[in-house]
Design a protein around this ligand. Structure first.
Ligand code: ZN
Length: 411
């Protein structure tokens, strides 16, 4: 989906603001001699923004509006090094609430709903984002924040909560607790709105079944307002996003070139009206694709697919981009396999090869299993891997994140 004339106008106004404020991106553009763009082609030539640029601007280097107009900051939880600080104007806060309330509406939530918010409040964008959107919608907010499961369940019952906002893992914990205590008939939940961390279909089904609710995935990141820039609708074919506030591109993470609609790549976002800290062509490192065509729900807003992983995990094999999540999806469909696997990529006799080690028990015909898995992988990614079944317990386990991908080509 090429950028529209209207969106280009917005980008030019953000370019002007970024250049005037002397922020890192304004300086990048000055150095490149760019003061505005005229066409989609010119837009696609603009430099990217990266998380590191944002970190380098710590603490307030991203501030693009006068300080008298900044009303709040949020910060992303930096796992390494400095956090990123994002300043918001009153309009940014309001725009975010409008987008978020649109998310609730898309999920069929109304001013008569009672929304229990369990994500954290504070520097993080989650709790307060869910809250502002719900208030904008006119629903009743029950602002719990995380933890204290007893109190959560008590409020859920006494206040007849109809919508649960949560992380998927906390929702699962609550669902199990409610079942264990036999309180299922006492709760009035109808819907769950969850942050779009990657979560398996199995977990989704379990939560939905145990609580008897419809689930909605909300998309967003602190650098771009926070959660609330997109959500799935009841037809559940991808997430609608708000293209009057953000412009979204999909690029090949290796070459940086734009990909046609429908192809999987990295999500790049441009904020069209943000004042406090506008971002142009920000690389999210989230992988998805634009879903072509219009949704059965009739919404005019475009859609992206569920996030399938991070571009940092991408492997290029035989000229094809492969994501571990694609392999994982294939393996999940084989009930005879354990959850452990290992992918080894090597370069032998002038050719890239991919070996996939999977675990199964001795009662399975290894040859036959290997052939069946290889076929499924080929239909997913376009070439045939070598599949090596081993006995359960053979693959390495680790307390921390298990290393599943080993690329031996560059050793
Ligand atoms: Zn829809």
């Amino acid at each position: 989906m090429k950028i529209s004339k209207e969106q280009i106008k917005s980008v030019n106004s953000r370019i002007a603001a970024l250049t005037a404020s002397g922020s890192f991106y304004g300086e990048k553009l000055k150095a490149a001699g760019i003061s505005e763009i005229q066409s989609a082609e010119e837009f696609e030539q603009l430099p990217f923004s990266e998380k590191n640029d944002l970190r380098d601007a710590y603490p307030l280097g991203l501030m693009t509006a006068p300080e008298s107009e900044i009303v709040r900051i949020h910060s992303s939880s930096g796992t390494t090094g400095l956090p990123v600080i994002i300043p918001y104007t009153a309009k940014d806060v309001d725009d975010w609430a409008i987008m978020f309330s649109r998310c609730y509406e898309t999920a069929g939530i109304t001013p008569m709903d009672r929304i229990q918010i369990t994500p954290a409040y504070g520097l993080w964008t989650a709790g307060i984002g869910f809250q502002n959107g719900a208030e904008k919608l006119g629903a009743m907010v029950i602002p719990m924040g995380p933890g204290n499961t007893d109190k959560q369940i008590q409020m859920m019952i006494d206040l007849k909560t109809t919508v649960l906002c949560s992380t998927s893992s906390y929702a699962l914990l609550l669902a199990e607790e409610i079942e264990k205590r036999g309180l299922r008939d006492k709760i009035h939940l109808k819907k769950g709105v969850f942050g779009s961390e990657r979560w398996g279909d199995k977990m989704r089904e379990t939560i939905s079944e145990k609580l008897g609710i419809e689930l909605y995935d909300i998309y967003g990141l602190t650098e771009i307002y926070g959660p609330g820039i997109g959500i799935n609708c009841p037809h559940n074919k991808g997430m609608h996003y708000w293209d009057d506030y953000i412009y979204l591109e999909i690029i090949d993470p290796t070459t940086g070139k734009n990909l046609p609609d429908g192809e999987v790549g990295e999500i790049v976002i441009t904020t069209l009206v943000k004042e406090g800290a506008p971002l142009i062509r920000y690389r999210t490192h989230d992988l998805s694709r634009i879903i072509p065509g219009t949704c059965e729900c009739g919404s005019r807003f475009p859609r992206i697919d569920t996030i399938i992983g991070r571009s940092d995990d991408m492997m290029k094999i035989k000229g094809v981009n492969v994501f571990p999540a694609q392999i994982e999806e294939v393996l999940k469909a084989f009930p005879e396999l354990s959850s452990e696997y290992q992918i080894r990529i090597s370069h032998l006799d002038g050719k890239d090869t991919m070996r996939i080690y999977v675990e199964t028990n001795g009662s399975v015909d290894f040859m036959d299993l290997s052939r069946r898995i290889a076929e499924k992988v080929k239909s997913k990614i376009g070439f045939t891997p070598l599949v090596k079944p081993v006995e359960i317990g053979v693959l390495p386990r680790s307390e921390k994140k298990t290393k599943r991908i080993i690329d031996e080509r560059y050793d």
